[in-house]
Design a protein around this ligand. Structure first.
Ligand SMILES: Cc1cc2nc3c(=O)[nH]c(=O)nc-3n(C[C@H](O)[C@H](O)[C@H](O)COP(=O)(O)OP(=O)(O)OC[C@H]3O[C@@H](n4cnc5c(N)ncnc54)[C@H](O)[C@@H]3O)c2cc1C
Length: 401
């Protein structure tokens, strides 16, 4: 049986594996490790699972990746979201799956070729169902788009879900996991066989295996073990706009303007909108990220370009109608996560470096467990940490990251 608890101070505990971090990535990882019969302790410094970056996300998932290593995680993850009750073997879980699609839109004739190329790549990677929609057809199917919109890729299997329900679904479905809440990892000790002890503010945990799932703090956890990882943390914001304006197309997909990096989607009680600022500087990991007062206005301005109904909605908005939240994207040198053991420190495994950890979390957690149990050889894992040292990586051209 698994248990979510705030432990009393303890002298020492033991676990087969200590998972550090109770976001969606760590919780999925703990779930899959426990399903392999391992005794897991998950350590989370906050008082709730999925309460840091995971809670700040737009909660979306997609199959549309042009890099094989990402598509190989994204597609099985979507399948697991679709069959989530069977995956976690619980009949009363509802992750509020909403498959209204992802629509990547352009108004630049020169970019239509990129969309065509992306579709060919998806087909070559075995990602089914992405359409190229152009001209009148685009406006017939998505009448909320303004006249400038020229072409789009669309996959109706993409969408969004409740990250809270999904994370707690993994936690409730886990077999033998002690979730230690309000417990901070403060140190990691090694002996001549590798990792031996995780030091927390509640006590020591003896283990030979750690999985670093600490989200924006993964670099700090790595350093505690003596590993300096090439991770960059960048603040990303989103705005929730409370509106029941009749112009909001409630059945719209997650809609991305490829030109100005903005996106929006319908949400219960309003819309979510944001933009990914390519010039946002690196920032230090923190639980208390400041938001910019003008972020919502800038986002609405940007999404209005191809979704002009936003201009009308904006006319009626008051400051109280807008909530802005922020979290971190974590980037690696090739913008892909690191999964699996590192050669440098025996017993230290990684599942971190995400800008899209929600959508990859089911398959990424499973991959960690498959590597730990020897079902997958880490040499066959394209997201292994050693790719950076070996120079065996390249940045891909996936849209919006
Ligand atoms: C605005 C925004 C929109 C986004 N939209 C999407 C999206 O639509 N789809 C998508 O897939 N991704 C999205 N993301 C990215 C996504 O949110 C993250 O990639 C994902 O949540 C990472 O999950 P995680 O479990 O790795 O990290 P987190 O959720 O941050 O979990 C890490 C946990 O580790 C804990 N921790 C850290 N240090 C310690 C310590 N010393 N001791 C104990 N515990 C510790 C933290 O408290 C935290 O709870 C978005 C992010 C932002 C900011």
């Amino acid at each position: 049986m698994s248990e979510i608890m705030i432990p009393q101070n303890f002298t020492s505990k033991t676990a087969d594996v200590v998972v550090i971090g109770g976001g969606i990535v760590g919780t999925s990882t703990a779930f899959w490790l426990s399903r392999e019969g391992l005794k897991v302790i998950l350590v989370e410094k906050r008082d709730g699972l999925s309460s840091l970056t995971t809670a700040a996300s737009a909660e979306c998932f997609r199959t549309q990746f042009t890099e094989k290593s990402m598509a190989d995680l994204a597609l099985p993850s979507v399948e697991m979201f679709e069959n989530f009750r069977d995956v976690v073997e619980l009949t009363d879980i509802d992750i509020h799956l909403c498959q209204k699609g992802y629509l990547f839109v352009t108004d630049d004739q020169a970019q239509v070729g990129d969309l065509e190329k992306a579709i060919q790549t998806y087909q070559a990677l075995g990602i089914p169902g992405t359409e190229l929609i152009v001209g009148e057809d685009l406006h017939d199917r998505f009448p909320f788009l303004g006249p400038k919109a020229l072409a789009a890729t669309f996959n109706n299997r993409d969408g969004w879900l409740s990250t809270h329900e999904t994370t707690y679904g993994f936690a409730k479905g886990a077999k033998n996991v002690a979730f230690f809440m309000k417990t901070s990892v403060t140190g990691i000790h090694k002996d001549n066989q590798g990792i031996c002890t995780v030091e927390t503010d509640k006590g020591l945990i003896s283990t030979r295996l750690i999985v670093n799932c600490a989200g924006p703090y993964a670099g700090i956890i790595g350093k505690m073990a003596g590993l300096d990882m090439p991770l960059t943390t960048v603040r990303r914001q989103k705005a929730f706009v409370r509106t029941n304006h009749p112009l909001v197309p409630k059945d719209a997909p997650f809609t991305v303007d490829l030109e100005n990096h903005s996106y929006w989607r319908p949400e219960a009680g309003g819309v979510l909108c944001a933009w990914v600022d390519p010039n946002e500087p690196e920032s230090t990991p923190s639980d208390e990220l400041a938001t910019d007062w003008d972020f919502a206005a800038e986002s609405i301005h940007r999404v209005s370009r191809l979704n002009p109904f936003f201009e009308t909605i904006a006319d009626d908005l008051k400051a109280d109608d807008i909530d802005i939240s922020a979290g971190h994207y974590v980037y690696t040198p090739d913008d892909k996560p690191v999964i699996g053991p590192c050669d440098e420190i025996k017993g230290l495994h990684l599942n971190c470096g995400y800008w899209c950890g929600v959508m990859l979390s089911p398959a990424a957690g499973k991959r960690v467990a498959d590597i730990v149990t020897g079902k997958i050889d880490n040499k066959e894992n394209p997201l292994r940490y050693s790719r950076f040292k070996d120079g065996d990586f390249e940045k891909g051209d996936t849209f919006l990251k």
